[in-house]
Design a protein around this ligand. Structure first.
Ligand code: DGJ
Length: 736
């Protein structure tokens, strides 16, 4: 169904007799959702409805039914008791703002995206505030953001500048959010919204998705369900510090706000200057949490993720295989091994660079992006040639936003680092890591040049792993003036975007991974320039089920780097058979993170089969619709999900046992997302059992699979000495 965006001005008054004659109804509709606003000239912008798409008849009776009818973007000052989305100190010191609508415009870009802008101005001060809404054909996501312009005589201080606000009717509303930490990212928390304020925030300065995520879901019908129930999703598209909060006060609404974290970030707008907030993406589905995920995934792949419609390669990354022990024979061996197993790309991680200070560990060399010729006598070209000889592509690790106090870059330019005046710089990883000040245009040039030089010299580089392993450790910019020190967090990320725009203009085709000490940069504000993110430095397959489950709420499998690592695992020391490790990794963007020469031939055989099977299901995993079935967080002993093509003619079903007990009782999993009328043939992938499953090669209707599922055996039928405490299954369901 085509999306429609209607601007029904005064004419709408005839179908909505309760509206004043001057009322201007702005109907921002998508195929299945409606955001209805009242943008009456001279009045405040009001939100009337957000949720299911409304018919004209229902829209006409909104008031009788009880429209929201609250400010769509509350500003601070008049009746200051309520939370506001924006708070401003005007040039003369006045702390109140009171805006009125001056007009509504709508423009459609060549890619079909339509932006509706409600223009507002303070009733007294020449301070402009526009609220924007963007929709895309066929997508159920609405992005909203504001831009302000200071036309006053002096500087205006922006004290708070949220991207958006949404009132949600008070009720049995549950919040789903992600929390965690390094090596345990993307944990899911689901709790009811009680009275008071719930805040989700980030203050790292550089990375923003380790400890919390800038995305939430709100389930409106009580305890969250995966495939039923009215659910709102919200994702702040921003790479820097954020604040999301929900104030459940004494009104009939839960008040949701999201935007840049304003703490210690007052932004001074000089006369004539503008400020644009990052977008907040909103979506709604009556198909539960998975419905919201599907909306985000589809919109993200089509409109946000860089090259979101291009298949991702199966890769081997060198980090856990050799850590800093990079050398030419070692790299060549890994390239041959991944090529032999059917992989398509080899990525050389940290440790390849440094001249005066070779990068042998994490205490030096960042910023000195020249090859260490003791380790790699034939340089990057030699590695590219070896990759080519093996029929695979080559990728490389960099960490361009950073330096070490032990580096030639720092020796030459100590003024480029982030540092507070009159104090020594705090040093991070390795005891010497420092963050470059991206607010400084000269630093932006340096960071751009790292990538540009590599790509110009070696255009065959196919993939860059862009890492970032430090937070902002001192609030201080050597570039910003004393009165603008509070701009640091924001200007760092403006600089980051400027650099990324330049990189993408010059090098649109190279695949770039957003890695940041593992999963520190999983955010839609990062992905327009990156093809994927590194989900976590923890590759333990069992723990990954939980992390990837949470991450999948907002991000599609195509963007989620998911690697088969060694056993025992390097983070948890857990021993997990390679079959299970492969079955988990195959639910994201499959890769390997180990030293292949330490694998047994049998393990190599299983991985080879897994890579081949993955290639056959890659379009379903990377472009399909997700249906989560049984959550690992529900403690049922299993987790299960599936991906289904939009045409519902092909699907992959994943089933992982999350705990093992003798004579355990596990639920039978009922599938979802299939066409009840179609018949699907079942084929097991990555099979290790001595005999096929009873339903192997048999066909079942979608209706049967969605009301009964299939009985999955609790264990594998393998030779006695091969039994382990792990079991998992991947089933392909092909419509006949
Ligand atoms: C942190 C990343 O998350 C790892 O994958 C690896 O690239 C190291 N940095 C290298 O220093």
């Amino acid at each position: 169904m085509k999306h429609s965006l209607l601007l029904i001005a005064t004419a709408f008054a005839s179908v909505a007799p309760w509206l004043p004659a001057r009322a201007e109804i702005v109907n921002v509709s998508t195929p299945n959702t409606s955001l209805i606003l009242d943008a009456e000239k001279g009045g405040d912008l009001k939100i009337l409805h957000y949720g299911d798409r409304l018919s004209e008849a229902d829209m006409a009776l909104l008031k009788e039914a009880g429209a929201i009818n609250r400010s769509a973007y509350p500003v601070y000052g008049i009746f200051p008791q309520a939370e506001a989305a924006m708070s401003v100190t005007h040039a003369d010191g006045n702390m109140t703002t009171a805006v009125e609508v001056t007009g509504v415009t709508s423009a459609t870009a060549p890619d079909g995206a339509t932006v509706t802008t409600v223009a507002m101005r303070d009733k007294v001060y020449p301070f402009d505030l526009n609220v924007n809404y963007r929709t895309y054909p066929g997508e159920d996501v609405i992005e909203t953001w504001v831009d302000v312009k200071n036309n006053e005589k002096g500087t205006v201080k922006l004290n708070r500048f949220m991207s958006g606000y949404l009132p949600v009717r008070y009720g049995d509303v549950w919040l789903s959010q992600l929390y965690g930490t390094w090596a345990n990212e993307g944990r899911l928390s689901q709790t009811p919204l009680n009275h008071g304020v719930r805040m989700i925030k980030n203050k790292d300065g550089v990375r923003n998705s380790h400890t919390a995520h800038a995305e939430i879901m709100l389930s409106l019908d009580g305890k969250p369900q995966e495939n039923t129930g009215r659910t709102i999703g919200a994702a702040l598209e921003y790479s820097g510090n954020y604040k999301l909060f929900i104030d459940t006060d004494d009104t009939d609404y839960h008040h949701f706000f999201a935007g840049i974290n304003e703490e210690n970030s007052t932004y001074n707008l000089k006369k004539g200057e503008s400020f644009v907030t990052p977008p907040l993406a909103l979506t709604y589905s009556d198909e539960g949490l998975s419905g919201v995920s599907r909306n985000f995934h589809r919109w993200g792949r089509n409109h946000r993720l860089h090259a979101g419609n291009k298949e991702r390669k199966v890769l081997l990354n060198s980090w856990e295989g050799v850590y800093f022990d990079i050398d030419e024979p070692g790299m060549a061996g890994m390239m041959k091994d991944i090529a032999d197993m059917g992989g398509e790309l080899f990525v050389m991680d940290d440790g390849w660079f440094g001249d005066k200070y070779p990068r042998d560990n994490d205490s030096s060399s960042l910023g000195d992006w020249v090859v260490d010729t003791d380790k790699l006598p034939n340089g990057i070209q030699g590695l590219l040639d070896t990759a080519k000889a093996n029929g695979i592509k080559f990728g490389i690790w960099i960490e361009p936003e950073m330096t070490n106090s032990v580096s030639e870059l720092y020796e030459k330019h100590p003024e480029y680092i982030i540092k507070a005046a009159n104090r020594p710089a705090t040093e991070g990883r390795g005891g010497t890591q420092l963050v470059l000040d991206l607010a400084n245009p000269k630093v932006q040039d340096i960071v751009f040049t790292v990538v540009d030089t590599l790509m110009r010299k070696y255009p065959d580089i196919d993939y860059i792993k862009w890492d970032a392993n430090a937070p902002i450790m001192d609030h201080g910019s050597q570039y910003l003036t004393a009165d603008n020190q509070s701009h640091l967090y924001i200007d760092y990320h403006k600089g980051f975007e400027t650099v990324l725009n330049r990189i993408r203009e010059a090098h649109p085709d190279v695949t770039i991974q957003a890695c940041a000490s593992g999963g520190g940069r999983a955010n839609w504000g990062v992905l327009p320039w990156f093809d994927e993110f590194w989900t976590s430095d923890n590759n333990d397959a069992l723990q990954r089920i939980y992390m990837q489950w949470g991450t999948s709420y907002f991000f599609p499998a195509i963007a989620m780097g998911s690697h088969i690592s060694a056993s025992p695992n390097h983070q948890t020391f857990r021993r997990i058979p390679v079959k299970f490790r492969a079955d988990v990794a195959m639910s994201g963007r499959l890769g390997l993170e180990l030293q292949p020469k330490n694998m047994t031939d049998e393990e190599k055989g299983i991985v080879k089969q897994a890579i081949s099977d993955y290639k056959s299901i890659r379009p379903i995993v990377q472009f399909g619709d997700i249906y989560r079935l049984v959550s690992p967080y529900d403690g049922k002993g299993i987790a299960s999900l599936m991906y289904v093509t939009p045409e519902k003619d092909d699907a992959v079903f994943y089933w992982w046992k999350t705990e093992t007990f003798m004579n355990q009782q596990l639920p039978r999993v009922v599938m979802a997302g299939l066409d009840p009328e179609k018949t699907y043939k079942v084929t097991e992938l990555n099979r290790i059992d001595n005999e096929p499953l009873s339903f192997e090669g048999k066909s079942f209707t979608g209706k049967y699979l969605m009301s009964n599922g299939l009985e999955i055996p609790l264990t594998h039928k393998v030779d006695y000495h091969k039994n382990t405490d792990y079991a998992s299954r991947i089933l392909r369901l092909t419509a006949e």
